[in-house]
Design a protein around this ligand. Structure first.
Ligand SMILES: NC(=O)c1ccc[n+]([C@@H]2O[C@H](COP(=O)([O-])OP(=O)(O)OC[C@H]3O[C@@H](n4cnc5c(N)ncnc54)[C@H](OP(=O)(O)O)[C@@H]3O)[C@@H](O)[C@H]2O)c1
Length: 240
C-alpha cells in the first residue's frame, strides 16, 4: 500500500548538492514543500532551480554554529507554518591517519554529524508532535556499522548518529513520530570524490538511489515500518 505525503513540509540539510539535492528533487516530485539548508547559498539556488514549480524556501548557514539548527526550524515555520519531516543529511567526512587528527577537526566532524542533527531534532520535535506525518530521516553510513581505516572520527560520528536514532525512535514512537536511518556505502558525490579519489563513478551508488529510499519511507507510512536501510555498492560483498 502507498501513502501520500504531498503538501507536507520537509527540511533537508546539505541540500546544495550530492544526496541532499537528489532527495530534494525526488520529494518535490511527490508534492512536498521544501526547506533547503546548506552553507553555500549559490548551491541551494541551483537546487531550487532544478525543481521549478515546487514550493521551496532556502536557509543558509553553518550547522556547526549552535544557533543555526534553530534558525532552520524557524525558517520552515515562517515559510510554511508547519514542519512534518526532518532529513538530517548534511555531513562531513574525513580520510586521515588517527594520530594526525586534531581536537578541532574532531569537534568539527562530531558537531556537523552528531550535534547538529541533535539540535535540529530537538528544535523540530514540538512541530513534529503536531504533524500527522512526523518523520525524521537520518543519513548515517556503512561506517556506522564497520570500521574502515582513516575514517575513525567519521565512523565514530556515524555510530553515534545511529545510537541517537535508535534511542530517539523508541522515545517518540508512541507519539506518532517515526525515525528512520539510511546507511549507504559509497555514493558518487563530492564527498566520495574528495575522500576516495581512487574510486570512479562506475559501480558506485548514485545520489538518486538514496533519494528513492528516502521517498520510500514517506510513500509507505503503513503498518510495515522500516527502521533502517543499509545499502552497499554493487562491487562489495553482500551482508559483509
Ligand atoms: N557520499 C558517500 O559515499 C556517502 C556514504 C555514506 C553516507 N554519506 C552521508 O550522506 C550525507 C550527504 O553526503 P554527500 O555524499 O551528499 O556529501 P556532499 O556532496 O559533500 O554534501 C554534503 C552537504 O552537507 C553540507 N554541509 C557540510 N557541512 C556543513 C555544515 N557545517 N553546515 C551546513 N551544511 C554543511 C554541504 O554544504 P555546502 O555544499 O554548502 O558546503 C553539502 O551540501 C552525509 O551525511 C554523508 O556522511 C555519504
Amino acid at each position: 500500500m502507498k501513502t501520500d505525503p504531498s503538501g507536507r513540509v520537509a527540511l533537508i540539510t546539505g541540500a546544495g548538492g550530492g544526496i541532499g539535492r537528489a532527495i530534494a528533487k525526488r520529494l518535490a516530485e511527490d508534492g512536498l514543500k521544501l526547506v533547503l539548508a546548506g552553507r553555500t547559498e549559490s548551491k541551494l539556488i541551483e537546487t531550487k532551480n532544478l525543481i521549478p514549480g515546487a514550493e521551496v524556501s532556502l536557509v543558509t548557514g553553518d550547522l556547526t554554529d549552535p544557533a543555526f539548527p534553530k534558525n532552520c526550524i524557524e525558517k520552515a515555520i515562517s515559510a510554511f507554518g508547519r514542519l512534518d519531516i526532518l532529513i538530517n543529511n548534511a555531513g562531513l567526512a574525513q580520510s586521515q591517519p588517527f594520530e594526525t587528527i586534531t581536537p578541532d577537526e574532531y569537534d568539527r566532524i562530531m558537531n556537523t554529524n552528531v550535534k547538529a542533527p541533535f539540535l535540529l531534532t530537538q528544535a523540530a520535535l514540538p512541530h513534529l508532535r503536531t504533524s500527522d506525518y512526523a518523520t525524521v530521516i537520518n543519513i548515517a553510513s556503512v561506517t556506522a556499522h564497520k570500521g574502515y581505516p582513516l575514517q575513525s572520527v567519521y565512523s565514530a560520528s556515524k555510530h553515534a548518529l545511529i545510537g541517537m536514532s535508535k534511542s530517539l525512535a523508541n522515545e517518540v514512537y508512541k507519539d506518532g513520530i517515526r525515525v528512520h536511518v539510511i546507511s549507504p556505502g559509497g555514493v558518487f558525490t563530492d564527498m566520495i570524490r574528495i575522500t576516495r579519489p581512487d574510486l570512479s563513478e562506475e559501480g558506485m551508488i548514485l545520489p538518486e538511489d538514496i533519494a528513492e529510499i528516502a521517498a520510500f519511507f514517506l510513500e509507505h507510512r503503513t503498518n510495515a515500518v522500516v527502521d533502517e536501510v543499509q545499502v552497499h555498492r554493487v562491487g562489495k560483498e553482500p551482508f559483509a
